[in-house]
Write a protein of this length. Structure first.
Length: 99
């Protein structure tokens, strides 16, 4: 299981698989401070992700910049590729500090 927090920076339109299952591909921007080798390190990355069913419908209504915490798993983006994609099983919308 993977848990990561980030901001929604890109989202395709909600579409449906041939079996009628809702699917949404999206992208997160993650920034955080992590401890490594006894020191703090600023880290950041963009993460390709996908959501199905209720999670896809939920994310389809979220505006860009929304902060979310995603629980899910990693898998290859394509059957024969090496690039990873996060599959979102649970999405939590987080409040952002506007000050």
């Amino acid at each position: 299981m993977v848990v990561i927090q980030g901001n929604l920076i890109e989202s395709d339109a909600l579409r449906f698989t041939p079996a009628g299952v809702p699917i949404l591909k999206f992208r997160l921007m993650h920034n955080s401070k992590q401890n490594e080798a006894g020191g703090d390190r600023e880290v950041g990355c963009e993460i390709d992700a996908v959501a199905f069913e209720a999670q896809a419908r939920l994310l389809a209504t979220a505006p860009m910049g929304t902060t979310v915490k995603i629980r899910g798993f990693l898998d290859r983006k394509t059957k024969t590729g090496r690039a990873l994609q996060l599959h979102a099983n649970q999405i939590e919308f987080l409040a952002t500090d506007k000050s």
